[in-house]
Write a protein that binds this ligand. Sequence first.
Ligand SMILES: [Zn+2]
Length: 234
Amino acid sequence: MQALDTKLDQLAHRRETLPQHAALRELDATLLVLRDQIVAAETEADDITRELTKAEGDVEQVRARAARDQQRLDAGQVSSPKELEGLQHEIATLAKRQGDLEDVVLEIMERLESTQSRHSELLGQQEEAKARYTELTAARDRANAEIDNEMAVLRPQRDTQAGGLADELVALYEKIRAQQGGIGAAQLTQRRCSGCRLEINNVELGRLRAADEDEVLRCEECRRILVRTPESGL
Ligand SMILES: [Zn+2]
């Protein structure tokens, strides 16, 4: 029964410490960071788009004004040389201004493009992380199912063994098990308690030897139940 309980404890421990648990926790954190980065990239792209719309409007305004000036010039509406010179000067200034504003638009477009490409890169990373998450979850579930299956085989065996023992003995065993790191019963092998590994002294050994076969033997050191074996050295 102790061997089966130990095996069951090990399975339970294995289930708690599956490597997928740590990997999934890490991936959770990664996904959280990615989600924030994606939102930030989207916000940034929105801001830049607004900036672009405004800059394009600025270009359009200058272009329209220059077109109007040019039209006036072409229509010969301006006759005074001074006014003519002023208008020509303004057209030249507007052309320069339009060029500068178009450079601004280009610069904004480049920024938008780089933000959008970072955004799609982040989406790609998110997709990969999600796929990995799905894989890991499936692997974890498979490992859990395997452990469950093993436990489902062992548990009835363990219960059958416990059923063959006196209730008080099982209760004592469980009590010691809880206190002594899961080991309630230990074999007495070559005069040693296999629980605490200490050698039984001669006086005690004599007492154990003389004990009735039905008597429950306990290790003097660790108080575990001692199970007699042909190699006990009694
Ligand atoms: Zn002991």
